[in-house]
Design a protein around this ligand. Structure first.
Ligand SMILES: CC(=O)SCCNC(=O)CCNC(=O)[C@H](O)C(C)(C)COP(=O)(O)OP(=O)(O)OC[C@H]1O[C@@H](n2cnc3c(N)ncnc32)[C@H](O)[C@@H]1OP(=O)(O)O
Ligand SMILES: O=CC(=O)O
Ligand SMILES: [Mg+2]
Length: 722
């Protein structure tokens, strides 16, 4: 406490003072005094509202719990339920029809459709990789994943498997035939890719055994370039580029008559640098690390050096790519994804800054001020000068309006033009989905996306109806009608409020990072549904998901969907409860084990090592991306079954103890890992158990209060032991 520095009445942790004054402010034209007095003003102006809005969440939840105790499940009286939600102000009046008015957005938001990658910004190596994931090798994406079968003769093996390599080349040619068909024949038959220049103009000619041909749509030839032996031909389709790399000195190129060595695909158009659910940041030290990486991404200085496969690799942001177009003019393609930053929500407080009464301030207030300040140093990102903040976990229009008010205050304190800060609305809490049109209305001047964060949304669905009855198993919840109604309503309300061509309608995460074949099958449904973008967990997934935006013209899909009737609220509220005896004892135990394994596997790395996003095997050994949102689902599911007597406290405890040994085994190669099964009093094990046993009492079922407290405990212990 004594270390805190006094700044305009606030007490600020010295690490944060140092970062703000010596790293973030220089070059912005904002002086320290102005920043701190503005920041104190921000805290003074918004803290009371923040507290009031959180209290309203609790009050509404209490009323909903009471309703269920009196009336049972929604299905018993759906009309009464909706009336009740209106009476208590959970459902608000819809505004008259309107269209969003946001201006000054980059084309990656308004007119280009493609994958959105998410990455924990705390991890500089990954964050840089994610920023650079605008371009990805299709050959690598196919070769390195199950997108090409790994069975039999196609198994990758320890050295290059030429049979697999040929399958990759064939598959890439299939893509080229789909996106860039030839006037005659197939890319498979190409014997040379030639850019013929004449009188300052260039033509793209494809030689085949049957003679030369052109692209069916010659205007798809966008540009070309040459560096030594490596020639690049840039093609464009649906606004997205793919680069044919032709190089006869390359080990793959040499094996092809055409010399085609790779197809580089425009992949992550946008990347969310995440300060929220994939990050474990519990104090000033952690928060400064997060902010420093974000600043380095904005001013272009972030670098990371690491060892990989016995080599030292230095990673920094990629430069733009410059080519010559067919008319001889230069064409520059952005080397990096457009970066968006996800702030934390309205819930948590941080002791990095204490208010005038010595209380921790709202972490969301700090994120808004500091991430916007860092973005003022943007030299490489937005070409329109916009700052893109994704705001998660907002409950209803009032909370969206609150976020917009915060951003307006931040603009004032930093001397930014009003409406510089744009807002991405995560539609991931039930009260926001149910009032989406009103929520968008509140942000109509700054909204740049709505996105269905179906993972948090599932957690909130369980928590909101905690008293209604026992929930279905996780997979059955996802298959139920409410989820489709939620997804459809999001797209249709986005279209009705004028998003098409102006802002993104986004879809959720592919949470099985190793199942790329399944992703290729499933995720085409996102652009087909009219979504401009959808989340992927890795650069490789971005490259493969990008193919979907060549298969589907999203703006055409949106035209088809516009005018489709909106699923009624009754469908949104239709999540069923489990019928008595619907599940056998074995099924119940297996689901409990699965949830326990996921919670333990995620929490142990969070609490022990401060890793906010992990790949954790489920009970069937499928690797899942686990973050705070998926953990919220699992913990709420267990808490619900406990509440309704499907499992007992003793049973939950003993299953967690049993699964701790399984998780220990999964992590035995990690030198930093401390086994949980040797000590059930360990902080990590207790954190995981708390999330399950006390899940029903957590605010909106969130995991962060428990995780933050337990991680802080471990950090304090580590600091004491030096
Ligand atoms: C509900 C929600 O809120 S979803 C949003 C939050 N979730 C996320 O942000 C997911 C981000 N993804 C990740 O963090 C990771 O992909 C994980 C944790 C799922 C898996 O990580 P790992 O087990 O380390 O992956 P794996 O070993 O297969 O691959 C590592 C390589 O892929 C890269 N990589 C993996 N994920 C990403 C990513 N999201 N962005 C950039 N690079 C990535 C790494 O940089 C690394 O490559 P490198 O060695 O060249 O640096
Ligand atoms: O943030 C995304 C989600 O699914 O939750
Ligand atoms: Mg979420």
């Amino acid at each position: 406490m004594s270390d805190y520095q006094e700044k305009s009445g606030l007490k600020v942790h010295p690490l944060l003072v140092d970062f703000i004054e010596n790293e973030a402010l220089p070059g912005t034209g904002v002086f320290a005094e102005r920043f701190w007095s503005g920041f104190a003003g921000l805290v003074g102006e918004h803290s009371v509202t923040n507290t009031r809005l959180l209290a309203k969440r609790d009050e509404l939840q209490g009323r909903i719990d009471d309703w269920h105790r009196a009336h049972g499940a929604i299905a018993g009286d759906p009309v009464g339920y909706e009336t009740f939600l209106r009476e208590i102000g959970y459902l608000v009046d819809e505004p008259a029809d309107f269209e969003i008015e946001t201006t000054g957005l980059d084309p990656e938001i308004t007119s280009l459709c493609g994958p959105q990658l998410v990455v924990p910004v705390s991890n500089a190596r990954y964050a840089l990789n994610a920023a650079n994931a605008r371009w990805g090798s299709l050959y690598d994406a196919y070769y390195g994943t199950d997108a090409i079968s790994r069975e039999g003769e196609l198994a990758p093996g320890s050295s290059y498997n030429a049979t697999r390599g040929q399958a990759v080349i064939d598959k890439a040619a299939e893509f080229l035939d789909l996106a860039f068909p030839l006037a005659k024949g197939s890319h498979r038959e190409a014997t040379a890719y030639v850019v013929a220049e004449q009188a300052g103009l260039a033509n793209f000619v494809i030689d085949t055994a049957a003679g030369p041909t052109m692209l069916k749509d010659p205007s798809a030839f966008a540009a070309y370039g040459q560096q030594g032996e490596r020639a690049e031909v840039v093609l464009r389709h649906n606004g997205l580029h793919a680069i044919l790399v032709v190089d006869k000195t390359h080990p793959i190129g040499i094996s092809q008559a055409s010399g085609l060595a790779d197809v580089v695909v425009e992949s992550a158009l946008t990347t969310i640098q995440d300060c929220e659910d994939s990050v474990a940041a519990v104090d000033a030290e952690d928060k400064v690390d997060v902010y420093r990486n974000w600043l380095g991404l904005m001013n272009g200085t972030l670098q990371e050096t690491f060892e990989k496969n016995g080599r030292t690799i230095s990673r920094k942001l990629r430069a733009d790519k410059t080519y010559t177009d067919p008319d001889g003019k230069p064409l520059t393609l952005k080397g990096r994804a457009l970066l968006l930053v996800r702030n934390v929500g309205h819930l948590m407080t941080t002791n990095a800054v204490l208010d005038t009464a010595g209380r921790p301030i709202g972490e969301g207030l700090m994120d808004a001020a500091v991430t916007a300040l860092c973005a003022m140093s943007d030299k490489v990102n937005s070409r329109t000068g916009a700052i893109y903040v994704v705001k998660p976990k907002m409950h209803g229009p009032e909370e969206v309006a609150f976020a917009c008010d915060i951003f307006a205050s931040v603009e004032k304190m930093l001397g930014l033009q009003p409406l510089t800060i744009k807002i991405g609305i995560m539609d991931e809490e039930r009260r926001t989905s149910a009032n989406l049109k009103a929520a968008i209305f509140e942000a109509r001047q700054r909204v740049f996306f709505i996105n269905t964060g179906f993972l948090d949304r599932t957690g909130d669905e369980i928590h909101t109806s905690m008293e209604a009855g026992a929930v279905l198993r996780k997979d059955d919840i996802k298959a139920a009608r409410w989820l489709q109604a939620y997804e459809d309503r999001n797209v249709l309300i986005g279209l009705a409020t004028g998003f098409s061509g102006r802002a993104q309608i986004g879809k959720g995460m592919w949470a099985r990072p190793e199942d790329m074949a399944a992703m290729l099958e499933a995720k085409v449904a996102h652009p087909q549904s009219g979504a401009n973008t959808a989340w992927v967990p890795s650069p490789t997934a971005a490259t493969l998901h990008a193919l979907h935006y060549h298969m589907v013209d999203v703006f055409e899909a949106q035209k088809v969907r516009r005018g489709e009737p909106l699923p009624p609220l009754a469908e949104l509220f239709s999540m069923p409860v489990l019928e008595p005896f619907a599940l056998s004892r074995e099924e119940i135990v297996r689901e409990l084990e699965n949830n326990a394994q996921g919670i333990l596997g995620y929490v142990v790395r969070w609490v022990q090592q401060g890793v906010g996003c992990s790949k954790v095997p489920d009970i069937n050994n499928v690797a899942l991306m686990e973050d705070r949102a998926t953990c919220r689902i699992s913990s709420q599911a267990v808490a619900n079954w406990l509440r309704h007597g499907l499992v007992s406290k003793d049973e939950v405890t003993s299953v967690f103890e049993r699964m701790a040994a399984v998780v220990d085994k999964q992590n035995e190669g990690d030198p930093l890992y401390r086994p949980m099964s040797e000590n059930f009093q360990s902080v990590a094990f207790q954190a995981a158990l708390d999330l399950a046993l006390h899940g029903a009492d957590q605010p909106s079922g969130y995991t962060e209060p428990v995780l933050h407290a337990r991680r802080a405990q471990v950090k304090a212990r580590q600091a004491r032991s030096g």
